[in-house]
Design a protein around this ligand. Structure first.
Ligand SMILES: [Zn+2]
Ligand SMILES: [Zn+2]
Length: 126
């Protein structure tokens, strides 16, 4: 949405294309990434309604593996947490809350479902 702005990228006009960051409620300039100040609550709300918001990339579930002492994406194999980048998955240890663990497992199941569906489609090919 075009808003009046005084951020660094605005040289020849006083308006810039900006979107609402839903997490911080800040309006971010789409050109330079600056926070645009002085945006009314009304303008913010119309951004929200029209879907002119900043979409965060899908978050990967990364945690610190206590056994390997490094950050790794977590996957569950037979209900045991394993680091995808760890060399010794059988020894991996993650301090994850029970609710986070459930979220990861649900996420993983959805991915598997998507994968098997793709395989089915592919196996129909000659
Ligand atoms: Zn800008
Ligand atoms: Zn590990």
């Amino acid at each position: 949405m075009l808003v009046r702005s005084n951020c660094s990228c605005v040289k020849f006009s006083v308006t810039t294309d900006a979107s609402l960051d839903l997490e911080t409620e800040n309006v971010i300039c789409n050109t330079c990434g600056d926070v645009v100040t002085g945006i009314s609550a009304f303008a913010k709300n119309s951004m929200k309604i029209s879907g002119d918001v900043i979409k965060k990339p899908k978050r990967a579930f990364s945690f610190k593996c206590v056994a390997c002492n490094k950050n790794s994406e977590v996957s569950f194999i037979n209900h045991k947490a394993c680091g995808k980048n760890c060399q010794t998955p059988s020894e991996c240890m993650f301090k994850i809350t029970e609710s986070m663990r459930t979220a990861i497992e649900i996420c993983q199941k959805n991915d598997e479902k998507r994968d098997s569906r793709t395989e089915e489609v592919n196996s129909d090919m000659p």
